[in-house]
Design a protein around this ligand. Sequence first.
Ligand SMILES: [Zn+2]
Length: 478
Amino acid sequence: MAGAQQALGHHKHFVAVAILTAGVAITAGLAPGGSVKANREAALETDSAEQAVERILSATAAPSPATPASSNDITPPLDSVSLPAEAPPEELAAAEPPVPPAPDWKEETVRAGDNLSLIFKRAGYDNGDVHQVVYASPQGKALSRIYPGQTVAFLAASDGSLAGVKHVISPLETVTYQRGDDGLYSAERVIRQPEIRESWASGEITSSLFMAGQDMGLSQMKILELANIFGGVIDFVLDPRKGDTIHVVYEEHYLDGEKYRDGDIIAASFTNQGETFTAYRYQDSDGDVSYYNADGVSMRKAFLMAPVDFTRISSNFNMKRLHPIYKTTRPHRGTDYAAPTGTPVFAAGDGRVIKAGYSRPNGNYVFIQHGDRYVTKYLHLHKKHVKQGQRVAQSDVIGTVGSTGAATGPHLHYEFLVDGVHRNPRTIHKELPKAKTLPSSEMAAFQQSIAPAAQQLASLQSGNRLALNQASADAGQR
Ligand SMILES: [Zn+2]
């Protein structure tokens, strides 16, 4: 996983550059009178980012048909240390396919547990070659940072000796090490910038955000991002209702005309039971990126609305949900989230674990203190992932849903205490710590920055209204 993280880190950097340079093509277009529809065009091409990466990687990694079974079999002409495939210019011009013959790179995919020694050996080279490229050459150290799934390719000189090594770090980044006359290798890094296209999707909740997101053609990652963005204002387990609407404007990254990965969510709105929440991505003058509503109030709140991973809760669970339960038969002072055993439970906010233990009624439980005034409690856990005294950040997984203690079935029992008194977290917003608001000095830039996305969202929303009006008009005619 370290590889994926590293690759992501790189991408982020390039994305930042690319946003400044790439033209943004808006692919919006609402079918007149059509029902709420996802951006099918985008959806059809959407596979997960992983799949896309895999596809592109495997395309890169396809062995050239001209690759000899073993480059060591080639009898070397005397003085050919230079790279092959240097066609004379006139031959290039005359060549029927105008593509010059590619050098015969022998490609190896980095496997789990691999090291350079093993990879070089598979390609027919030895530790002496590893040493020469990585340790003897001043720029070679970077080659020792290889991760499963990456490609390392080898170029043989005509005498069979190693002439070059190519490290495909990601579809965006390749480093080529070429042997010079002194036997040392010089490195050349090639960084590609993806083309950024803007895309959008609209959808309506029929069972859960997760199902709606899938219908909209959003990747699992995008759905999780959406949930994170709205996690401070919407409880995605208990709040969504049939008929709630979602609109998302987001970026997609293309390489060679093919979708390569999802980009950032630029703006999104969620209309829940008639109330619309809107979030805009904004990079402030310090360079910090966050999501804000149209008034510049951060979407990130001190507490999550639901401290449980809703994506693991099936639509059946959602449809038959028990509503925030404040039972009267016995003092039941919390909210129950029915969810399958093993569903991750999150810390609702930053804080410190003041208790993590087991008791007959509570089963496995975790209590977290947040600042001076707030305590959250999580009961009936299957597993606890934190210890007493440990600091936790919002959304850290502190355990999993279970049915330990006095529980009839797997569920999270969640309690929220203010100054030691049980409160319903859903109804005490005024008492909760205020979310960060952009300073007034930032507001002009903010308004300017979000204007295009706001317009885009408005058009999606009005398209949605048109569709709904059309539907009711149709219904009226019958
Ligand atoms: Zn309960």
